[in-house]
Design a protein around this ligand. Structure first.
Ligand code: ADP
Length: 304
């Protein structure tokens, strides 16, 4: 089974706003909804939808939003025994405002930042075959503890993967090589890869992070994904053509598809296609989890 550890939050989505509100003003939105939002929750739900047994480790407050997150996970058949509800914390919320041409986000991290490596003890790790960690988490109290968390997981025989959160202030600096030395699979998007490696091109970025252990696959939106081939060149996998409605969380659904195939031992190029297929199919609905692929839909797109 797959243990996904990371943030749990809700997204408040305001669609087709007349404009972004100027200070002191109010604008109307055409549509609004509340959806499960976080990177790790979208990945976990994508994995469950593909038929994988999944457990989640995370933290929420004792408030309605926390209950919403836990119910969403349970509704997807995910084991929530390791989701802690902390009365001293409030559940994280992201408000997303879109106009016809642009999008703006406001995030309150809340309980997201409070998960510690000690919440993910060896007994919990021992119930899983794979540990996946993602996003905001990396800028929280857990950050200095992540390397030892991955080392503990490896020592217990789990494979490991990491999807980095966007780090606009580059607070991670040169911590990356050290952390990645403990990770089997690294899944940044192209903006994150450029920020982490300091390299403009994906090929240079992938080469810069190559440590002989970690398989890095970079997600490139409409260009699909890429990784290093055996000769130090670029192995690319093109995106599937879809009528995208909303690409929120496409990277997390990509992670689900890639992990689903990779953990079954499929060849790397096939796992990349699975990632692209699940990323593309997730763009059919508004919010990251509305229209994630099940295995039959992914097979149909993959022609397999
Ligand atoms: P992130 O959500 O992390 O920014 P991307 O935008 O790169 O990640 O999307 C992840 C993956 O989802 C891409 O590698 C691609 O396979 C797929 N994808 C995203 N947007 C589209 C799109 N408009 N059409 C087809 N596939 C897409």
């Amino acid at each position: 089974r797959i243990l996904v550890a990371g943030e749990l939050n809700v997204d408040l989505v305001f669609r087709d706003c007349q404009a972004f509100p100027a200070p002191g003003r109010e604008v109307l939105a055409e549509d609004a909804m509340v959806v499960p939002g976080s990177s790790s929750m979208i990945c976990a739900m994508g994995l469950a939808r593909l038929g994988n047994p999944v457990a989640f480790a995370g933290k929420v407050g004792v408030d309605g939003w926390g209950g919403f997150c836990v119910s969403a996970l349970q509704g997807a058949g995910i084991d929530v025994a390791a989701v802690r509800r902390d009365p001293g914390l409030r559940t994280g919320i992201t408000a997303s405002f879109s106009t016809s041409s642009d999008r703006a986000l406001v995030t309150f991290a809340g309980a997201i930042g409070a998960l510690r490596a000690s919440d993910i003890d060896d007994a919990l790790l021992a119930t899983a075959d794979h540990l996946h960690v993602s996003s905001y988490y990396l800028q929280s109290a857990l950050r200095p503890e992540l390397k030892s968390l991955f080392a503990r997981a490896s020592a217990l025989g789990l494979s490991t993967s990491l999807d980095p959160g966007f780090d606009p202030e580059q607070r991670w600096g040169n911590e990356w090589p050290c952390l990645l030395s403990e990770v089997d699979l690294f899944l940044p998007n192209d903006v994150e890869l450029a920020g982490i490696s300091g390299c403009e091109s994906p090929l240079d970025g992938l080469r810069a992070l190559d440590n002989g252990r970690t398989r890095t696959v970079v997600k490139r939106s409409r260009h699909g994904c890429a990784t290093l081939d055996g000769a130090g060149g670029l192995l690319e996998s093109p995106a599937f053509a879809v009528d995208a409605v909303d690409s929120t969380g496409a990277g997390d659904s990509f992670d689900a598809g890639f992990l689903h195939a990779w953990l079954r031992g499929l060849p790397l190029a096939e796992a990349m296609r699975w990632g692209n297929a699940c990323g593309a199919l997730s763009t059919r609905g508004v919010g990251g989890t509305a229209r994630q692929a099940d295995a039959a839909e992914a097979h149909a797109l993959l022609g397999s």
